[in-house]
Ligand binder design. Structure first.
Ligand SMILES: NC(=O)c1ccc[n+]([C@@H]2O[C@H](COP(=O)([O-])OP(=O)(O)OC[C@H]3O[C@@H](n4cnc5c(N)ncnc54)[C@H](O)[C@@H]3O)[C@@H](O)[C@H]2O)c1
Length: 411
């Protein structure tokens, strides 16, 4: 089978997890990638990633600290996977496209809607593929629920909610996740959920939102519950406290183009928490889908709840794509789900380059997910509801303007 030559750019926490995702694909009968390089502006991060890769792949990819040197050293490189912090997605992705590579970039696609537009234009100018890595929608439970909604098993949806609020004042994974022009927690987490909402319920028409910064100082957590060496090293080196500039709690109401109402509570700060997603339909309700390893549940009007296994049994016309079915034969994102969802993203990129498969989240889809999060923050600043049209066209831009000015992004 032909394979694309691939390099990882950005070898931090998620970059490390990408290596495990690549390993899952390499070990499958569907493999269509050949990882050949790792690149990070911090040499120690690139070297650690190369050593991890050696253990995982059985060979060591070449190490780089800049993409120009990598382009000379690997002239037949097909694509890069950009897993840097979001404040540099646009500069790294645009440079990679100019160097002639196809690109997959981690969510959020970019730090502002203007930055997303730069990336879309550059990809079009260079006729390269631009794919956004968004894993939640690839979970088998998200696929199953989308199928059930499409088939209208329990009628049409009219109301949904999406809640992911956790309290506390510790540093959320990395210090940069608390800085407005690096990608605050609402953008970093929220974009998973704007994508899921749009995936299940279609495009958003209008948003009323409000957001607050509750925890102005963030503290180093006592431990980091992650086994990866990179996360452990970073935890040891982490500063004791970080001043926060990005909002950490948000509330919103989305009116979908279909007329469905969606309630949103999202963030990381303050004293309380709430979690879970629900879609209410004419003939019943759906819960517990989407996030990695989710197990969907349906309750039809006046009936007992039906769990994930029963739904799979009933959905005889539902099929996962072949690689997903190989990874998740019971249609449950169980074993190694984090890595295997990443493997699905790489497989799709390979197929797009080798055989012209359409990528599921192209630049425009990635932009819509980012724009939906900013609609909340723009609405909060403007003190009125905003239409997605004005956010996507950058007509309402007060909140993002400050970020663009700080990063030199043309608004
Ligand atoms: N899909 C998911 O579930 C998920 C989970 C975590 C993170 N992410 C996303 O992955 C991305 C990275 O997050 P992270 O937690 O790994 O951040 P991180 O800070 O741990 O890692 C970022 C890495 O990028 C490197 N870097 C910065 N600028 C660079 C440049 N110009 N060229 C090359 N390397 C550069 C840094 O040195 C660092 O090693 C973010 O977009 C984040 O939202 C996604």
């Amino acid at each position: 089978m032909s394979k694309i030559k691939l390099a990882l750019v950005g070898c931090g926490g998620m970059g490390t997890r990408h290596l495990y995702g690549m390993r899952e694909l390499l070990a499958s009968p569907f493999n269509n990638i050949e990882p050949v390089g790792v690149c990070d502006i911090r040499l120690e991060n690139a070297e650690l990633a190369a050593s991890e890769a050696e253990t995982l792949f059985g060979y060591k990819p070449a190490v780089f600290t800049d993409m120009e040197t990598m382009a000379v050293a690997i002239p037949d490189l097909d694509a890069v996977s950009v897993v840097t912090d979001p404040s540099v997605h646009h500069t790294v992705v645009c440079r990679a496209l100019e160097l002639g590579w196809h690109v997959m970039v981690e969510k959020p696609m970019a730090i502002t809607v203007g930055a997303c537009r730069m990336m879309i234009d550059t990809a079009a100018r260079h006729s390269r593929i631009l794919s956004v890595a968004e894993n939640y929608r690839r979970d088998p439970s998200a696929r199953l629920i989308r199928h059930i909604l499409e088939k209208e098993w329990i009628g049409k949806p009219y109301l949904a909610w999406c809640h992911a609020l956790g309290g506390g004042n510790t540093i959320f994974i990395t210090p940069w996740r608390h800085i407005k022009d690096k990608g605050g927690p609402i953008l970093d987490m929220g974009v998973h959920y704007t994508d899921l909402i749009r995936y299940q319920l279609g495009d958003i028409a209008e948003v009323y939102g409000d957001a607050r910064l509750l925890e102005k100082l963030r503290y180093k957590p006592e431990s980091i519950g992650d086994q990866y060496t990179f996360y452990q090293n970073r935890h040891r080196a982490m500063e004791e406290s970080v001043p926060a500039t990005a909002e950490d709690v948000s509330v919103a109401l989305f009116r979908m183009e279909s007329g469905i109402m969606v309630n949103w509570i999202m963030g990381r700060g303050g004293t309380g928490g709430i979690g879970g997603e629900m879609i209410l339909c004419e003939e019943g309700q759906i819960a517990s889908y989407g996030t990695r390893g989710g197990r969907a549940e349906i309750q039809r009007k006046g009936k007992d709840k039906e769990g994930h296994e029963a739904l799979v049994e009933m959905a005889s016309d539902f099929e996962l794509e072949p690689l997903a079915a190989h990874f998740f034969p019971d249609c449950i994102g169980a074993e190694n789900v984090d890595w295997r969802l990443i493997a699905l993203e790489y497989f799709e990129l390979g197929e797009a380059i080798l055989h012209g498969r359409q990528v599921e989240l192209d630049g425009l889809e990635g932009l819509k997910d980012v724009a939906a999060v900013y609609a909340i923050l723009e609405s909060s600043l403007a003190g009125r509801s905003v239409s997605m049209q004005e956010i996507e066209a950058c007509q309402v831009y007060g909140y993002q303007q400050e970020i663009d000015e700080a990063l030199g992004i043309p608004g």
